[in-house]
Design a binder for this molecule. Structure first.
Ligand code: SF4
Ligand code: FES
Length: 240
């Protein structure tokens, strides 16, 4: 008697079959298959947050976050469409005007996921009026600094500090447009927290908000992560 051949369950992503493992999200399965779905607040080492909405896809015509939605056999998912990419571009444009992101003067330029994703989505302008919010820079710590102007509220530092470092150095406070990152210390300054340079939270920031000091130009501009490669290429290479 012939043994039945087990075939991996698949779902359809933009018209192509993508295999998945039980429990995988759309984003995880797509990425493992070398398919790029833009994302900002998702990171492979952490539970998904589902807050930036950049990974929004359509499943049977309904919008949802690819980083939080588990996939199912035979599901039909749209991601790389003009409509969804236009919405992603608008989200990115809003992020750029809500904070102060001056790429040419930011030492994270070339290593920044926000910048690389904006290039990926062909963002050529910010479309909206800039808010130019007045936000502080906390350089009080000997080894790590925070420029709150660049924070996109992805909460990766919050998750890294809690889940990996076993600390609670960061938290999110406020509501709506007033939502902001805070440092958990009596003074609110990093120097009075138990942050250490070796903490995962010190190196997880996808933009130039949390930076280790004295490292800015160790890797010169031009050969940084996203200088020779697109965000899509880096993302899918890292997954394989
Ligand atoms: Fe995300 Fe960086 Fe802001 Fe933390 S400081 S919430 S890692 S953008
Ligand atoms: Fe999915 Fe941010 S990456 S919501």
């Amino acid at each position: 008697m012939n043994t039945p051949v087990q075939t991996a369950a698949t779902f359809s992503l933009d018209g192509e079959d993508v295999p998945f493992e039980p429990g995988e999200t759309i984003l995880q399965a797509a990425r493992r298959a070398g398919r790029y779905i833009p994302h900002l607040c998702w990171h492979p080492d952490f539970h998904p947050q589902g807050s930036c909405r950049v990974c929004t896809v359509k499943v049977k015509g309904r919008a949802g976050s690819a980083c939080t939605l588990q996939t199912a056999a035979g599901e039909v998912v749209e991601s790389n469409t003009d409509e969804l990419n236009a919405e992603r571009k608008m989200l990115l444009q809003m992020l750029f005007v809500e904070g102060n992101h001056f790429c040419p003067s930011c030492e994270k330029s070339g290593n920044c996921l926000l910048q690389a994703t904006a290039y990926e989505m062909n963002m050529e302008d910010v479309l909206f009026q800039e808010f130019y919010p007045r936000r502080p820079i906390d350089a009080s710590h000997a080894d790590v600094m925070i420029d709150f102007n660049r924070c996109i509220l992805c909460e990766l530092c919050v998750r890294a500090s809690h889940d990996i470092d076993g600390k609670e150095v960061f938290a999110i406070a406020g509501h709506g447009i007033g939502t902001h990152l805070v440092v958990n210390s009596m003074s609110g300054l990093l120097v009075d927290s138990d942050m250490a340079l070796s903490d995962r939270a010190a190196s997880i920031c996808p933009v130039g908000a949390i930076l280790p000091k004295r490292r800015g130009f160790v890797i010169p501009i031009g050969v940084r992560r996203y200088d020779p490669h697109t965000a899509a290429d880096v993302d899918t290479q890292e997954a394989s």
